[in-house]
Design a protein. Structure first.
Length: 227
């Protein structure tokens, strides 16, 4: 079943409802218990918040003197519930794309899905390729909740850096090739084409020096050739 998108107005109404409910200890306590169970079921609570809410619930019936503590817990878990229920227009990622982003195998991604490491995501059909919304939270090994949008952004930044490093490496290699071509032209006093006509094909030459350097010279020329 597809999730229903929440508008900004929907979110405001929800937040107002939580604020109003938190003024009543009885209402706040019941809503907190319901939301806590939903959030735990979908792994939507950070470990520290879950521990704190469990402690609040264990107080038993909460009186007015503890309402501030209860309100804090209710607002904390309601924020997690809202994140779980929220789905704005955003990209979704296949298991293959997620594997690239995380630098793991597709099997690992499927294992994470089975272990509910992607908060609130449930595979609808066993053999259907999973596509997970960018707003979905991923639970790291340390318990941190990170949105797939953040993971994708970090992946793109790393790829950009890698491409820049690769480009810089290519530029340095071209510079080296040009320097070596200039070196051989000075050594032999002419261009490769002229020396080739004079000395013949390097691979068939009995001149050991030309056989080695002619091959290297040609290789450097091929490095900077557009074809």
């Amino acid at each position: 079943m597809n999730m229903v998108a929440l508008s900004t107005e929907d979110k405001i109404i929800f937040e107002n409802f939580i604020t109003e409910s938190s003024r009543s200890p009885e209402k706040a306590e019941v809503i907190l218990k319901v939301f806590h169970n939903i959030a735990v079921r979908f792994n939507a609570l950070p470990a520290n918040l879950e521990s704190e809410i469990t402690e609040i619930i264990q107080f038993g019936r909460v009186g007015d003197e503890n309402l501030d503590i209860l309100t804090k817990g209710l607002k904390g878990v309601s924020a997690s519930i809202l994140t779980l229920a929220e789905e704005e227009i955003s990209p979704s990622y296949s298991t293959g794309q997620l594997a690239k982003m995380f630098g793991v195998s597709i099997s690992t991604i499927n294992n994470w899905i089975a272990a509910k490491r992607f908060v609130g995501f449930v595979r609808e059909e066993k053999n259907k390729q999973a596509r997970i919304n960018a707003r979905t939270l991923w639970i790291s090994p340390t318990g941190e909740h990170i949105s797939l949008k953040e993971v994708a952004t970090l992946y793109k930044e790393n790829q950009t850096k890698l491409n820049m490093d690769k480009t810089e490496s290519q530029i340095n290699h071209i510079r080296y090739s040009v320097d070596m071509i200039n070196f051989y032209e000075e050594r032999y006093g002419n261009s490769f084409e002229h020396v080739l006509k004079e000395k013949g094909e390097p691979s068939m030459s009995n001149d050991f020096k030309w056989s080695r350097e002619g091959k290297e010279w040609r290789a450097f020329l091929q490095e900077i050739s557009p074809n």
